[in-house]
Design a protein around this ligand. Structure first.
Ligand code: ATP
Ligand code: MG
Length: 424
């Protein structure tokens, strides 16, 4: 007999073979109930002492929560059963026993705190709520790829071990690479630029490592980024692409994850876009007495933007040059073609037009106190026919967190790497 998923069983008549996890057991002595769960849903199983065989009926009693079973039984209409159907058990088999007690509470209203849940993430993933987050995250990645492929962009893979810092700064994890010192990539910035200068439109889902000693609810030390880079483009062009991309991602989640959004009690709206300069944001924040740095937005200012422009991707452009990395194209003496995108009160992306002119790049490296010699290969890559180009990067866990309104970014990564955690 072929296995049916629970979702299918609800539409079937007659006998079915189901496999899944014991979600709940209720024993009324002459009649026993199991709520069986698989990836598609839950269904009630019933054993009646007089009808179900002695052996099967006894086994029902001994089952612990989260044990894995297979069941053959008859699908019946039932007014009392959740969803209006139940399965009258004929045969039941224990596939994998769950030891008891379970180390964490995996019930729907689990009170186990996040760090403990992360210690037992494999078991936490038995919870529908946890699964829902990662089903949505799967859609977010799918939608990003769909969108990019429709844009005519090429999907790229870049090295994760690099010879020297890609962006300057010291927040790197060092690795011993045979006789040499190397480090884990903090971004694929320089590689995607080099690629855009020949392949025009490129994208990647790229893992990055940052050895920043922060311990916040919005940062991880290992995270994944959606990267995009386009030739013959300035900041305006790629902001428009990013706006449509986030719009498409949210639309796909609303289409494909109705069940998950309902379970997580998330109400989504397709976002609109708003363009505003850094100077304008500073002016607005003055009114609310909210501190804005001379070249960066505070968390409080990001939050306020989320409040003032709900369900909007707010592009803050004309960013002060001093607040952007060396490779961002200057706009006059003090401003740049760099931008940040704020969504639901937090930065989801940074981007901008890049410098494709070797002399200017060297000048900017020096201005940032970096040694142009260290970046020679990168600078030289723009000497042999490199057009202007622009791009951005969006954090996968960050956008998942914001779309689902999660309080801590660790909820949005299967196995987080943070200041205190390198396992599981
Ligand atoms: P933030 O200001 O939030 O610290 P950033 O400006 O340092 O971020 P960028 O280098 O601009 O980050 O990275 C691009 C995007 O990657 C960010 O907009 C964010 O969505 C995501 N991101 C950056 N750092 C982290 C991190 N430590 N953990 C998770 N996501 C991150
Ligand atoms: Mg940034």
């Amino acid at each position: 007999m072929e296995r049916s998923y629970i979702e299918e069983a609800f539409k079937k008549k007659g006998k079915v073979l189901l496999k899944g996890w014991v979600h709940e057991v209720r024993d009324l002595s002459k009649i026993r109930f199991i709520i069986l769960r698989d990836i598609t849903g839950q269904i009630q199983l019933v054993g009646v002492k007089s009808e179900t065989g002695e052996k099967a009926f006894e086994l029902m009693k001994s089952l612990n929560r989260e044990s894995v079973i297979s069941v053959i039984g008859e699908v019946k209409d039932s007014k009392q059963a959740p969803g209006g159907k139940e399965v009258l058990i004929e045969k039941i088999e224990l596939i994998a026993k769950a030891e008891h007690p379970l180390p964490i509470d995996v019930s729907d209203f689990s009170k186990t705190e996040l760090p403990k849940r992360l210690d037992y993430r494999f078991l936490d993933l038995h919870r529908k709520q946890t699964q829902a987050i990662f089903k949505v995250q799967s859609t977010i990645q799918q939608a990003y790829m769909e969108f990019m492929i429709n844009e005519g962009a090429v999907m790229a893979q870049f090295p994760s071990i690099i010879g020297s810092s890609s962006e300057g700064g010291t927040d790197l994890f060092n690795v011993q690479y045979f006789e040499k010192k190397a480090c884990l990539s903090q971004s694929c910035q320089l590689y995607k630029q080099m690629l855009a200068c020949s392949m025009e439109k490129v994208f990647a889902i790229f893992t990055v490592w940052r050895a920043e000693k922060h311990n916040t609810v919005r940062h991880l030390n290992e995270s994944r980024q959606f990267d995009y880079e386009q030739a013959f483009a300035d900041d305006k062009v790629v902001m428009e692409v990013l706006g449509r991309c986030v719009h498409y991602i949210v639309k796909r989640v609303m289409e494909l994850n109705k069940k998950e959004l309902e379970l997580l009690e998330v109400k989504l709206k397709i976002p609109t876009t708003k363009y505003i300069t850094f100077a304008q944001v500073s002016e607005i924040m003055k009114k609310y007495k909210i501190h804005v740095g001379k070249d960066d937005l505070s968390g409080e200012a990001e939050e306020k933007l989320g409040e003032l422009y709900p369900d909007t991707i707010v592009f803050v452009h004309d960013w002060p040059l001093s607040g952007k990395p060396f490779y961002i194209m200057p706009k006059g003496k003090d401003l740049s073609y760099g931008f940040d995108a704020i969504y639901k009160g937090m930065e989801i992306s940074s981007g901008g037009q890049r410098i494709h002119l070797p002399d200017l790049l060297i000048e900017r490296l020096k201005a940032k106190g970096l040694d142009p010699k260290q970046f020679k290969a990168y600078v030289d890559s723009f000497r042999y026919g490199a057009p202007m180009h622009a791009g951005w990067g969006v954090g996968l866990e960050r956008i998942t967190m914001l779309i689902l309104g999660l309080k801590n970014i660790r909820e949005a990564v299967l196995f987080p790497r943070d200041r205190d955690r390198v396992s599981p």
